[in-house]
Design a protein around this ligand. Structure first.
Ligand code: TMP
Length: 207
């Protein structure tokens, strides 16, 4: 059975760790699964991700940012996500279109109808079956980030607060798709909550 699961959250929310852990648990049980991420996940997408994440003294407007994230996404959907779902895998993506709605829509303040329409074009309407939001207070998440900061981590606290509030709004609009988890819990506790929901979905799909 195919299943499309995405992970979302702000900086330092722990979503990448949890995406990897879910992939590990599925693989251990020989459930065919694939783990990918955004921006990137394809050779073209990785190049685009480099432009978006690193500050190179080149200006990128909010609108261009929207287009670049979606260019990376369009390639990922066509090259990786769709074929793997077709072959019956559980596809896990560390970020997907909701990131654009949260960051470019709520964070940058781009017109929401335009953001959603652009996302919809890039994804060809493909929506996740389940989206896991790791809910972590903004200051705690940012404090977890070590080393050099990328373009987004350098943004003001107010930007990250808008992103966070945006995520909570998105989750409240579609509660059946989103699983919101308190990200301040231990890694193991969070992984168990996720596993409970995913294993339910898998057994439902097998009925
Ligand atoms: P990462 O830290 O999860 O690798 O994501 C890179 C950054 O890109 C992160 O700060 C969130 C941001 N981002 C957007 O602004 N819009 C998007 O559509 C995606 C996928 C990521």
């Amino acid at each position: 059975m195919s299943l499309f699961i995405t992970f979302e959250g702000g900086e330092g929310s722990g979503k990448s760790v949890q995406a990897k852990e879910l992939f590990r648990r599925l693989s251990k049980l020989d459930v065919p699964a694939l783990l990918t991420h955004e921006p990137g996940g394809t050779p073209l997408g990785e190049q685009i991700a480099g432009w978006l994440k690193k500050s190179r003294g080149i200006d990128i407007s909010a609108l261009t940012e929207l287009m670049l994230f979606n260019a990376s996404r369009a390639q990922l959907v066509t090259e990786v996500i769709q074929p793997n779902l077709k072959s019956g895998k559980v596809v896990i993506s560390d970020r997907y279109a909701d990131s654009t709605t949260a960051y470019q829509g709520y964070g940058r303040g781009l017109d929401m109808a335009m953001v959603k329409a652009t996302n919809n074009t890039a994804t060809q309407g493909l929506k996740p079956d389940l989206t896991i939001l790791l809910d972590m207070p903004v200051d705690k998440g940012l404090a977890r980030k070590k080393g050099g900061k990328d373009r987004f981590e350098q943004e003001a606290l107010a930007f990250h607060r808008r992103v966070w509030e945006g995520y909570l709004k998105l989750a409240s609009e579609e509660p059946e798709r989103w699983l919101v988890i308190d990200g301040t819990q231990s890694k193991e506790e969070i992984a168990d909550i996720i596993w409970q929901r995913v294993s339910q979905l898998i057994s439902k799909g097998e009925d």
